[in-house]
Write a protein that binds this ligand. Structure first.
Ligand SMILES: [Zn+2]
Length: 204
């Protein structure tokens, strides 16, 4: 049975066993574009990937299924070398513990996503990045573009163009890197991992 067939069976929930780890050759491939209309499997895979992220952020499900929390997942990470990424970025609770008005600041499955323009200004997360495919810590600033414009298709084949900044911009760049065979630590300066270049924005 092909990987995508196995992952998209109706009873299957993606878990950590489906996620390939650093060193697996699929993580270093440039993934193939999808063509439209999408196959049922490509649509269901996107939904399952988003479902994984939702479960990974739910304390009860995450505990039960043994999931590491995640805000993004790219198809190559489940060994499907296609240009499909899922992102699910929750909005924070208010300081008094009230749930946010909108649960998510970003919730989408993006097919053939492409960065069509970006700021010259660079940004990095203050605490560095992690990855569901990388089990060990890789400390250092992951240098990225601060703002990006992304074009992508949704599951219906409709084209969208979105502008992203801050954390959402970082998450989408991390996932688009995966479909290009790039790992986050490739973007850390090996000699000086915490060097703050001129104009670098450090994000919380
Ligand atoms: Zn990753």
């Amino acid at each position: 049975m092909s990987v995508i067939k196995r992952l998209t069976r109706s009873s299957h929930l993606i878990d950590m066993d489906d996620i390939i780890r650093d060193g697996h050759p699929t993580l270093r491939l440039k993934a193939e574009e999808v063509t439209f209309p999408l196959s049922d499997e490509e649509i269901i895979l996107g939904e399952k990937m988003l479902g994984f992220l939702r479960n990974s952020q739910d304390p009860v499900m995450a505990e039960k299924m043994g999931l590491r929390g995640g805000v993004g997942l790219a198809a190559p990470q489940v060994d499907v070398s296609k240009r499909i990424i899922a992102v699910l970025v929750p909005n924070p609770e208010s300081p008094d513990g009230e749930p946010p008005k909108e649960a998510y600041s970003l919730q989408e499955v993006l097919y053939n996503p492409k960065i069509v323009s970006h700021s010259v200004q660079r940004a990095a997360l203050k605490d560095g990045e992690g990855c569901l495919s990388v089990d060990e810590d890789k400390p250092g600033y992951v240098l990225r573009n601060s703002r990006i414009t992304v074009e992508y298709f949704d599951k219906h084949g409709e084209k969208h163009r979105i502008k992203l900044k801050g954390y959402n911009s970082i998450v989408v760049q991390h996932e688009i890197d995966h479909i290009n065979g790039v790992m986050f630590y490739d973007r850390i300066n090996i000699q000086e991992p915490f060097r703050v270049e001129d104009g670098l924005i450090l994000l919380d």
